[in-house]
Unconditional design. Structure first.
Length: 260
């Protein structure tokens, strides 16, 4: 069976972006300081990633990620981000064979809506990024099945698989609300399931938040164009988010080491 992402991997800019992200992750993984502080980094980076993914949907990024969310609508969004990110790290094994079930599970934590855990059955969604161009709900099953097969079958770089999975879920918006939280958690799931980031400390969500919400929306809009240039722009953005997240995780380890 031909790899559905082979044509994309053959594009020089895509291959280079994937390679750059993998090098950043490798540098993080082989850093002795990072390995020495693994027990500290795993839960701490998870908290940062959880708050960051919520911030991309409009919540506030706290100065101290160990604090609990406030009792407010934005605090509830932050809580959803924290819960989805934590649960994603528990669902890596299941994700390898049943991505759709994992997405449903994550959505039960990403939303307070009555239909949580179920794909939408209308064309009404809560869309904090205001992407527009919502695919009709009638195409959801076929598109999600195709994406599941791609995640399981593709032998392409984990970076590319993660980028495409993230973008497909974010633009498809399969749930009435909370789809972006699930989409961003899928990046960490792919990287962990493919054993690129086994401990899930890369914090691609935080890297995305550092790049800024406007850049995120611009990259997703480019992907939605369906053009070669748009897809390349998206993969480059995802690579940069991963690189920034990995760099910040390394800095956290170095900071922890200096305090000992």
């Amino acid at each position: 069976m031909a790899d559905p992402l082979a044509n994309l991997m053959a594009i020089d800019e895509v291959a280079r972006s994937c390679d750059d992200a993998l090098k950043a992750i490798d540098q993080l993984m082989w850093n002795r300081t990072v390995r020495r502080h693994r027990e500290y980094l795993v839960p701490y980076t998870r908290r940062i990633a959880g708050y960051a993914t919520a911030a991309l949907d409009g919540a506030q990024m706290p100065g101290d990620p160990t604090m609990e969310p406030e009792a407010s609508p934005m605090g509830l969004l932050a809580e959803h981000g924290l819960l989805v990110t934590a649960e994603a790290d528990l669902q890596v094994l299941a994700f390898k064979t049943e991505p759709m079930k994992v997405w449903a599970r994550l959505h039960t934590l990403a939303s307070s809506a009555p239909d949580r855990g179920q794909p939408r059955t209308s064309n009404e969604v809560i869309d904090p990024l205001r992407l527009g161009n919502l695919p009709p709900h009638e195409v959801l099953q076929d598109r999600l099945t195709a994406l599941t097969n791609l995640i399981i079958d593709s032998k392409s770089s984990a970076i590319l698989v993660a980028a495409i999975a993230h973008a497909e879920l974010a633009t498809l918006r399969p749930f009435s609300e909370g789809s972006y939280l699930v989409a961003r958690a899928t990046t960490r799931l792919v990287l962990a399931a493919r054993e690129v980031d086994i401990d899930s400390i890369v914090m691609s969500e935080y890297g995305a938040q550092l790049l800024g919400r406007p850049a995120y929306v611009k990259a997703l809009t480019a992907y939605m164009s369906g053009t070669r240039e748009g897809i390349v722009a998206w993969v480059e953005w995802q690579s940069q988010a991963i690189q920034r997240g990995a760099e910040m995780a390394e800095k956290l380890a170095i900071s922890a080491d200096s305090k000992n």
